[in-house]
Design a protein around this ligand. Structure first.
Ligand code: ADP
Length: 226
């Protein structure tokens, strides 16, 4: 039987009020099982990022509940949620969020150290993960010395190295050419199919859709098809 990793009921988000009111997400049920690679696709403004931000706890819903790994995240203390996120979530967002002063191996290593892994072990695992995403020769390079595709691979390695149960990706390929975009998608798919992570990926890039194990189509703040 499949294991439910994310389960949201009646999830909704409204921004603003009165004439400025935007129903970014109308009441929506959403679930993700272990090992799924779920692609959430739809035009810009359809509510994809809003949905992702709420199921990953980055944004408070206007209505509805979100259970992640069996816990109602709306009911967790800040500390408890931060621990859940640190231990079990990996994020791959557009725009990289890499620290300019750190080399690739340090970017990945500090996340592992924050989880309590000893420095040497963290470095070894960081190097192994970077090698796996094709950056074995780039361990000691800083972001300014890397191409866009390489930077996004560092971001992927940073998310994968901690072997998270869930990976949240928002437009992970939008800044990349098709070759790099395909490679990033392949890595996300492998995390799901080979390592049993659940991957939720928001995109408006139709080239990525065929790689998903499940496709959720959104329009105007609602799920059209699943
Ligand atoms: P998508 O990810 O599909 O492009 P979003 O979830 O970003 O869509 O946005 C859904 C709708 O909510 C859009 O109409 C957008 O303009 C609006 N929206 C998103 N974030 C905010 C915000 N912080 N304040 C007001 N409106 C927002």
């Amino acid at each position: 039987m499949s294991e439910r990793v994310i389960e949201a009921f009646g999830l909704a988000k409204t921004y603003g009020a009165g004439a400025q009111r935007v129903d970014a997400l109308r009441p929506t049920d959403f679930r993700v099982d272990r090992g799924e690679f779920v692609m959430v696709a739809g035009p810009s403004g359809s509510g994809k990022s809003t949905l992702l931000a709420m199921i990953s706890g980055l944004l408070t819903p206007t209505a509805g509940t979100v259970r992640v790994l069996g816990r109602d995240i709306g009911g967790l203390s800040r500390d408890a949620f931060d621990r859940l996120r640190l231990e079990h979530f990996g994020f791959v967002f557009q725009g990289f969020h890499l620290l300019p002063a750190l080399t690739a191996i340090e970017q990945v290593g500090i996340v592992l150290e924050r989880q309590g892994i000893q420095r040497e072990a963290a470095r070894r695992r960081a190097a192994a993960t970077l090698t796996r995403v094709g950056l074995g020769a780039r361990l000691d390079n800083k972001p300014s010395e890397l191409s866009g595709g390489e930077k996004q691979r560092v971001v992927i390695a940073r998310a994968l190295a901690k072997q998270p149960q869930i990976i949240f990706a928002d437009e992970p390929t939008s800044a990349l050419d098709s070759v790099n975009g395909r490679e990033i998608t392949r890595l996300l798919r492998a995390a799901a199919l080979e390592e049993g992570a659940s991957v939720v990926c928001v995109t408006h890039d139709p080239r990525l859709i065929e790689h998903a194990t499940r496709l959720v189509r959104m329009e105007d703040g609602a799920v059209l098809a699943d």
